[in-house]
Design a protein around this ligand. Structure first.
Ligand SMILES: NC(=O)C1=CN([C@@H]2O[C@H](COP(=O)(O)OP(=O)(O)OC[C@H]3O[C@@H](n4cnc5c(N)ncnc54)[C@H](OP(=O)(O)O)[C@@H]3O)[C@@H](O)[C@H]2O)C=CC1
Ligand SMILES: O=C(CO)COP(=O)(O)O
Length: 337
């Protein structure tokens, strides 16, 4: 019988913990690395992450540590699940410790702050072009995965054998892992849906109704498709789990931190207070800048995303953003073919 690959998961927040628990339940030797000693000890000894997934029982076989070298020892596959702002430093730390045969996947959603680079570009630069890479993305709230509720996501990368290896460790009785080869489109979808969730959250927070919410989701999808076409992603990636799927989940599900940020802003709360209250990573705050930087570089107009950035910067209120969007010129839904 084939030996189950050993998996090292880096990042002991809600998503890293949920994915590590899923993989451990599938019978893979799994080690979770986190920087918080109390959290690592609680996962390792009491099988709970009291900070990020309180009250949810984790598999007894899941090991956790703050020792990165120990976590990487014997890994056949590395899964990086830190927020995008910590991605580059985490890759630099893991690079010298990576067993030569181990590919690297990640489940963070966003860009490298400041440079706006895609995470697969960062990974290729830090690890070298020969290391197998893959992105794990799609509609998946950590809490639901940790509770074993049915979920479907996608693994995308250019090394088909590695993509299959990653999908195989994730796939199981309640979890469907699809595969593909479009890292660019997949990463763009995962990043942009967080920005668009702020817009729909704000609309809901302002009490604008379900028509407004759905208009924003649909025109938001249009923004994703336009930018995706400009950067060379495949349209079907954005119409699947990495795009439409995650957009609908994040724009409508109150477990979303980006949606909750929008709700709070729409109700008049300040950005700082809202982020503090949420108490976990809210990727859109940084990603809105990088999405707009990318759009401006490619000459693509993204009215919803642009207004989200302006609200997050405190340049305009959600009410002013609404007025700006509603007063735009009338136009064809799609440019003539
Ligand atoms: N939660 C979800 O449902 C999903 C999340 N994602 C994505 O996964 C990524 C991680 O998010 P998530 O787990 O939810 O975030 P959380 O806020 O739940 O946890 C963040 C984790 O990252 C750690 N961290 C922060 N900065 C660093 C650093 N510099 N070095 C090492 N560790 C660091 C935190 O450690 P500490 O506690 O010590 O601060 C914490 O363990 C994000 O890109 C998110 O968009 C994707 C799909 C689903
Ligand atoms: O990416 C997610 C679901 O797919 C989680 O969304 P939030 O980061 O908005 O909570």
């Amino acid at each position: 019988m084939a030996v189950a690959p050993s998996v090292s998961v880096l990042g002991a927040g809600s998503w890293g913990t949920a994915l590590a628990a899923l993989i451990a339940r599938h019978g893979h030797p799994t080690v979770l690395w986190g920087r918080d000693a109390a959290v690592a000890e609680a996962i390792d000894q009491r099988h709970e992450n009291p900070r990020y997934l309180p009250g949810i029982a984790l598999p007894a076989g899941l090991r956790a540590t703050t020792d990165l070298a120990a976590a990487m020892r014997g890994a056949d596959l590395v899964l990086v699940v830190v927020p995008s702002h910590a991605f580059t430093e985490t890759l630099r730390a893991l690079a010298p410790l990576r067993p030569a045969h181990a590919g690297v996947a990640w489940a963070a959603k966003g860009f490298e702050p400041g440079s706006g680079r895609f995470l697969h570009e960062v990974a290729a630069e830090v690890l070298g072009a020969d290391v197998p890479l893959a992105v794990v993305t799609g509609p998946s709230f950590a809490k639901e995965v940790a509770l074993g509720l049915p979920t479907a996501l996608t693994v995308q990368g250019e090394d088909a054998a590695f993509v299959q290896q990653v999908a195989d460790v994730l796939h199981g009785p309640e979890f469907r892992a699809y595969t593909g080869s479009d890292m660019r489109g997949a990463e763009l979808g995962g990043a942009m849906k967080n920005v668009l969730a702020v817009a729909t959250g704000a609309a809901d927070g302002m009490g604008l109704g379900l028509n407004a919410r759905t208009g924003l989701i649909t025109r938001g999808l249009n923004e994703m498709l336009r930018l995706n076409a400009a950067i060379g992603g495949r349209a079907e990636t954005l119409m699947g789990l990495a795009g439409l799927g995650d957009l609908v989940l994040t724009c409508t599900g109150d477990l979303s931190r980006n949606r909750r940020l929008g709700l709070a802003l729409g109700r008049g709360q300040s950005l700082d207070d809202a982020v503090r209250e949420i108490g976990q990573v809210v990727e859109s705050v940084q990603t809105a800048n990088e999405v707009m930087r990318l759009a401006e570089r490619h000459g693509v107009e993204l009215p919803i995303s642009e207004n989200v950035r302006a609200v997050l910067h405190g340049d305009i209120t959600p009410t002013e953003a609404l007025q700006r969007l509603l007063s735009r010129e009338q136009k064809a839904e799609y440019p003539a073919a």
